[in-house]
Write a protein that binds this ligand. Sequence first.
Ligand SMILES: Cc1ncc(COP(=O)(O)O)c(C=O)c1O
Length: 305
Amino acid sequence: MIELHLPSPLHPIPIQNKKAIKFFIKRDDLIHPTISGNKWRKLKYQLTHAKEQGFKGILTFGGAYSNHIIATALAAKKEGLNSIGIIRGEAHSINIKNATLSKATEYGMDLQFISREEYKLKEEGQYVQELLNKRSGFFLIPEGGKHQLALPGVAEIIQEMASDIDNIDYLLCAIGTGTTFAGLAKTKKIKQLIGIPVLKHSNIQQEIEEDLLGEHLTSDCSILHDYHFGGYAKFNSELIDFMHDINSQYNIPTDVLYTSKLLYAAVDLLRQDYFKADSTVCIYHSGGIQGNAGMNERFPDLVKF
Ligand SMILES: Cc1ncc(COP(=O)(O)O)c(C=O)c1O
């Protein structure tokens, strides 16, 4: 039995400051060690839909250390669905026995390795259709769970937070595909939503607007591009020291790829006087801690918790 801890807790973070700004963190990383963070939020209604429509399984895409792959493998199993993971990189070019892929296999996911070139076709309708035609009865969940059906699950984060706290002035989340940000934005219930892209994404706003929302972002939504540390999975010693400090001071583990950059942004914005006095700032912890094992495989002893 796979038990999810919902609603996830909203914890205060005692970050000292002279403007009486209060910080909170929505700990979705505590939902489940594998189906962690925004993963359940994004998958929930896609899996429900697949089951209701009589699909026998899920086909999805991801990298060799992907949080989405491992979470989908287990969530599909939990829902009694099969799963196929199309993985970026041929089997000889990646460590197919890494912890993420080994566990995904253990959860019953059928892994298929394709070249990086072929992987680039993952959003081409014809290519995807051919993949689906080869295995009948599989429902496509795009890379990172990027789908309209992810949005209502993400909106439930706001409903949960509303029962814990009366007022939120700012809510910060990390941006990969932008699906989580879009789901939060769509609720139109946040005074200031701030997204922190972890990739060097020049056109993420347009992608969010066109692919997910079908409308322009309003002025209560901002995307701040200063905290990607050079791009996806890029980091420096300042970021790594910072994530160790945050863990030892506040007992908040973060991952190198997403949430360390998010927390870093929150603390830096405080330093830059971005938040108004007496305001309440919430940070959305979208999980991903399992990914640190993969980083440590490539950079031994990088993350020490
Ligand atoms: C831990 C973690 N945080 C944040 C994100 C970014 O979420 P999104 O792709 O919805 O922007 C991801 C990717 O899905 C992730 O794995």
